[in-house]
Design a protein around this ligand. Structure first.
Ligand SMILES: Nc1nc2c(ncn2[C@@H]2O[C@H](COP(=O)(O)OP(=O)(O)OP(=O)(O)O)[C@@H](O)[C@H]2O)c(=O)[nH]1
Ligand SMILES: [Mg+2]
Length: 304
């Protein structure tokens, strides 16, 4: 793919999307790009990798950096995720601090706001999920978030899920990007390789179809991708920490693994616009989330 030369006055840059888990960061990135580049789910801590969504406009290229939700980590995986989310803040042009606008600000938001206090980049305080906001409490909720900052960050209200306010938000960011080149070809939506996305689409189905501790204990390894003329054959392993979790993933008579496979395959077919054969295996690897070397192998590296 060819990266074109930018016309005079072209603007380009990086915009970090940060906030607590589950506030809708990945949903916003997908909505802004108009493509599914990041998986989303109602389970907190869905995103595990810093992931770029690329939005190419006639006069600008905006690279949205989706990050893991910032939270109090309980294991090494969590530590790496939070470290990487915070690192992203230091290397971008603009910052979107996403909060859940359907509820009052909490200590998790305060913690993140404190970390953003000394940063001089343009900052947006984005109240998401306004479709869920009780109208009678709108003012009270807005004020609770305004109170997080002594000086006023630009406050916008959106519904990432429904797209309300997303376009105006994007347009308000463009003038704050520096003049610069195309960083990516304009027809590319993400910096992530297909192989990574395949793994994420499987993990997404696990997040959507299983409950409690299972989603957090799952990692997916793509063992093989064979591209045939009419069919792409993908072999993958779902890794869990306990035998009981494996039993849940497999399900009675293999029903659950079958459903995960079917749904993930449909998503993959959409992505590839072609037929996919997907074979899934489940493996128990005790305490993988605590092992630095396994985390590295799985692509959960501490970023500099
Ligand atoms: N009603 C409503 N739901 C939303 C909105 N935005 C996101 N959601 C839902 O909120 C849940 C979390 O969304 P994600 O985009 O995965 O959240 P995230 O901030 O990326 O979460 P982590 O990756 O865990 O940090 C999903 O079930 C979304 O469908 C919104 O504007 N309105
Ligand atoms: Mg996310």
């Amino acid at each position: 793919m060819i990266v074109p030369e930018a016309p005079p006055g072209f603007r380009s840059g990086f915009v970090a999307v940060v906030g607590r888990p589950n506030v809708g960061k990945s949903t916003l990135v997908n909505q802004a790009i108009g493509e599914k580049v990041a998986i989303t789910s109602p389970t907190a801590q869905t995103t595990r990798n810093r992931l770029r969504g690329i939005l190419s406009l006639p006069t600008a290229q905006m690279i949205l950096v989706d990050t893991p939700g910032i939270h109090k980590p309980h294991h090494k995986l969590g530590e790496v995720l939070v470290h990487n989310a915070r690192t992203a803040i230091g290397s971008v042009d603009c910052i979107l601090f996403i909060v859940d606008g359907s509820v009052l600000a909490g200590t998790g938001d305060q913690f993140i706001a404190d970390g953003l206090r000394n940063i001089s980049n343009p900052l947006w305080l984005v109240l998401n999920k306004i479709d869920l906001q009780p109208p009678k409490r709108a003012e009270e909720i807005r004020n609770s978030y305004k109170g997080l900052f002594s000086d006023s960050a630009q406050l916008v209200e959106i519904s990432a899920e429904h797209g309300t306010g997303v376009q105006p938000l994007v347009e308000s960011i463009v003038p704050h990007l520096p003049e610069g080149p195309y960083y990516y070809p304009p027809d590319l939506f993400t910096d992530q390789p297909e192989r990574f996305i395949f793994g994420e689409l499987i993990r997404e189905q696990v997040l959507l179809l299983t409950r409690e501790e299972v989603p957090h204990s799952v990692a997916v390894v793509i063992d093989k991708v064979e591209e045939g003329e009419t069919l792409t054959r993908i072999l993958a392993t779902i890794m869990v920490e306990r035998t009981t979790q494996k039993q849940i993933i497999v399900g009675a008579k293999g029903q659950m693994i079958k459903e995960i496979g079917t749904q993930a395959r449909l998503q993959m077919q959409k992505l590839l616009d072609g037929k996919v054969y997907l074979e899934l295996f489940v493996k128990v690897k005790p305490r993988w989330r605590q092992s630095e070397s396994t985390l590295r192998d799985l692509g959960y590296r501490r970023e500099k």
